[in-house]
Design a protein around this ligand. Sequence first.
Ligand code: SF4
Length: 270
Amino acid sequence: MTGTIKDRVRRTLRLLGRQYRGRPVPKKKMPILDQLALSILKRGLSPRKAKCAFNRLRSEFVDWNEVRVSPLTEIEEALMGVLGRERAGKASEIKRFLTETFERQHRVAMDYLVDRDPGEVERFLGQFATLNHEDVGQVVSRCFADERTPLSQDVVRVMKRMGLAGNSYSPERAREELFGGLSRGEQAKLNFLLYQHANVVCTVKDYDCFRCVLNRNCERGRERLLEGRRKEKKMAAAKKKGGTKKKACAAPRKGAVKKKTAKKKTAKKK
Ligand code: SF4
């Protein structure tokens, strides 16, 4: 493997950045509950309208818990002048989400999630009937922008396979190895990209190193590539051998038989 760990980490960042170009990169530092409420308001509304509705709810109520316990008519009233016919639907969507949040956690707050493994956060929010895949993805991406968020077990798995972290490394130690020398923005980006990669390509089982962009920069990947090449060579050699045997056993050509017989006849005449 060429280069120091730092070189390889930078190469990984570059390769994955190219591979997952266009995917949202974590940068917002909004409280998680705010982000989810805004995400719900954005469904079917223009971003500007959704933001106005969000600001109105934030200014009319003390907090999201007050929105949860308020009657629907009150929430609709608060949205009057900002939303038109959509306000009844939006008031009910927000209230249902806040009610589910309370029922699942016995509190209306979510910032404690940034201290959790992002994989765990994704699985937890994925159970919410009132959230869709996009809402959950935004929160997961948001968690990566926070320096408190620990390295996900999925990220540590990829690092170990790549040889960027020892097998006995804890997530904290792996984080030191991976992030030493990167700026805060690069850290969030790399963490997020590795998490994506762990869920799309370098999965727990049945991961395919041959179609992975990191295979030359990864210890496991290189081993598998070499193994594949050895197998190919073996198969090619076996094929060649089979071909030679076949030739040896093949019946003599017609012309050759005729020639032999003609030679014998001439010898007899003599
Ligand atoms: S080459 Fe294989 S082991 Fe390495 S990161 Fe890619 S899929 Fe994972």
